[in-house]
Design a binder for this molecule. Structure first.
Ligand code: PT1
Length: 257
């Protein structure tokens, strides 16, 4: 269970960066108590339509949180596409880089190769700002699978070992509901690549479309999806609701044995 920590100042309540970091650290401590196995710290939103965050701003958001959590009992991941943030996060002690851009940014592969940290390679079509405008595939499952296979190969060419890798089909990243459903139903096409699969569907719009619920009322839907993802072989579940997901997976593991 990977718990999600967003370090994004709330412009509505006029919350500044320092307050956002403080709140993120508090939330992280709560998610650890809730039973998270891993935390993912992110300073740039990648939800559909979200805008780019500058390097300085992103560093100022995430590094203090990572520093504060480096002696935590569980490993820390940083959700970033920027090599400079990856480098600073590695120096601050993260165990994993979660890159929605799958190390396609110049300089990113080198940092993973030299540091030996883990990396999540995720598929995305387009960029967050416009990726939902008109997602198009001839065959979404084979295209996403081929992309991830290619990124695994390139990582291996850089000397990155298979034990460092995690892959993720990238639910909601340049995909219609139909694309997301097809990918989810075909999760076995990714587990057969023999690299651990991460699934992030927690509170996403695909669950909103299915249930008719707004983003603050998608916990039950998220639990159902997380359990099914686990049944389909996902090894890391990226979730907001750590306690509920942990309990559901505990029961799933006991009953499924
Ligand atoms: C993810 C993920 C991520 N998701 C990984 N990292 C987000 N490895 C951020 C919506 O449709 O799935 N895997 N980092 C959050 N991104 C989104 C995308 C949030 C779509 C919401 C939606 O609502």
């Amino acid at each position: 269970i990977m718990g999600i920590i967003n370090v994004t100042p709330d412009s509505f309540s006029d919350q500044g960066r320092y307050a956002a970091s403080e709140k993120a650290i508090e939330h992280a401590i709560k998610l650890i108590a809730d039973g998270a196995d891993l935390l993912d710290i992110g300073g740039e939103s990648s939800r559909p339509g979200s805008a780019y965050v500058s390097l300085d701003e992103e560093l100022n958001r995430v590094i203090p949180v990572i520093e504060a959590l480096k002696s935590a009992a569980i490993p820390i991941s940083v959700d970033t596409t920027k090599p400079e943030v990856m480098q600073a996060a590695v120096q601050a002690g993260v165990s994993m880089i979660n890159d929605i851009n799958a190390l396609r940014t110049e300089g990113a592969l080198k940092i993973i190769a030299e540091s030996g940290v883990m990396v999540c390679l995720m598929h995305m079509q387009g960029l967050p700002k416009t990726m939902q405008d008109n997602p198009l595939y001839a065959d979404v499952v084979s295209e996403v699978r081929e992309f991830l296979q290619q990124r695994i190969q390139i990582a291996q060419d850089w000397g990155i070992s298979n034990d460092q890798l995690v892959i993720d089909p990238g639910f909601g990243f340049g995909k219609t509901l139909q694309h997301n459903l097809e990918l989810f139903r075909s999760l076995d096409q990714f587990t057969t690549l023999n690299i651990p699969v991460m699934v992030g569907v927690s509170r996403k719009s695909m669950l909103g479309t299915i249930t008719g619920n707004d983003v603050n009322h998608r916990t039950y839907a998220s639990i159902a999806a997380a359990v099914l993802a686990a049944e389909k072989g996902a090894k890391i579940l990226r979730v907001h609701d750590v306690k509920a997901t942990k309990e559901a997976i505990l029961v799933f593991n006991a009953l499924n044995r």
